[in-house]
Design a protein around this ligand. Sequence first.
Ligand code: HEM
Length: 420
Amino acid sequence: MTDIDPSPHPVAAPGCPVHPDAVPLAGLEYQQTPSELYRGLRAEHGAVAPVLLDGGIPAWLVLGYPEVSYVTSHDELFARDSRRWNQWGSIPPDWPLLPYVGHQPSVLFTEGEEHRRRAGVITQALAGIDQFELARDCRHLADRLIAAFAGSGRAELMSGYAHPLPMRAAVRMCGMPHTGVETRQLVEDLRISLDAAEGDDPVAAYTRVGERIHQLVRHKRERPGPDVTSRMLTHPAGLTDEEIVQDLISVIAAAQQPTANWIGNTLRLLLTDERFALNVSGGRLSVGEALNEVLWLDTPTQNFIGRWAVNDTQLGGRHIRAGDCLVLGFAAANTDPQLWPEAHVGAENSAHLSFSNGEHRCPYPAPLLADVVARTAVETLLERLPDLVLALEPGELTWRPSIWMRGLTALPALFTPVVA
Ligand code: HEM
């Protein structure tokens, strides 16, 4: 593409203004009461708000349902290659959002024909997954995780269940065995690189992830099997090994965090909302309804960075300049007061934007597979530990300090010990 500066750090467009009313996209309200905050921003700034990212870097937060739908379905106007950004000259080398925004040669940053080629391979490789087998695998993974804490009568369900289950399911889909040192190390390095804790080295872990996925690709070239990696390797589009490694890492990363938080946010809803009254038999709303309600009201990917304007254009009454960055406000769009004027979000259908929309949306059939993983995880836990309750008051649960992912820091629970 000729209109993209190939350098990751070109000089900022001259005079790129910070909007005088720009709101810092940070703070406690994003964790505690994001829907009220988005309504407030919306009332004050309209459907497209000027915001400041870490370090005071200007961007636009797209809050309206029609505006998010418009941006995501017009990739010729709002494109994915971040090298378009007119702010690179102001970005320090240690900027915290660089891992998400810095250009990588993966499907995530490709556009047009090249994106269709790469995303087409992923779609077909995922479409080869048998959903019944996936559910069986997930039940098996769930049972192993539950067995590790079932005898103690207590568990921290985020680190002990909601995070490891989709990670193991994703690694398994790609053709790694359930068990074994290699798989365990890959799962641990993925955890560190996606969700580093105190004392972890995410850069070193990410390098090891790359090496292991390379090994997996080499192994599957020699001995293909019924898995996503082998289907990508044998696809007629003829992706190189390097492209497949990049896209496998994107698939695993894209699958892990959102699905883990979908499971965690659904368990929180089931354990705290009396409409779901888990302990009272009869009359409760179903796990499926809880999963869907979470996608409307507590969606895992609450904000996503992003898209970059191809030309000067208008959006929601704002003048957007070529190279401006737009953050997709999925949580705000799902609760848009123009859709839900009474402040009650219906949540009966699946017209939310939680899987995005348009060319770069979460690729079919990934949302269906994520549903199988999340549903199996929640149902298996409730079947095995039917008297599960929260170990603290609902108001004591804390959200992760992130404006991007909505998920709990911990979900401590109690139950009658069982021999699993
Ligand atoms: C099996 C689980 C999943 C897989 C394999 C998966 C895979 C992917 C991939 C490969 C992409 C990149 C698409 C592209 O750039 O062309 C993507 C994007 C995305 N996914 Fe998923 N995903 C999964 C689960 C989820 C879940 C549970 C959510 C949220 C509830 C989610 C929300 C999104 C969003 C918001 C995007 C960004 C789309 C955009 O740029 O507009 N995904 N996913």
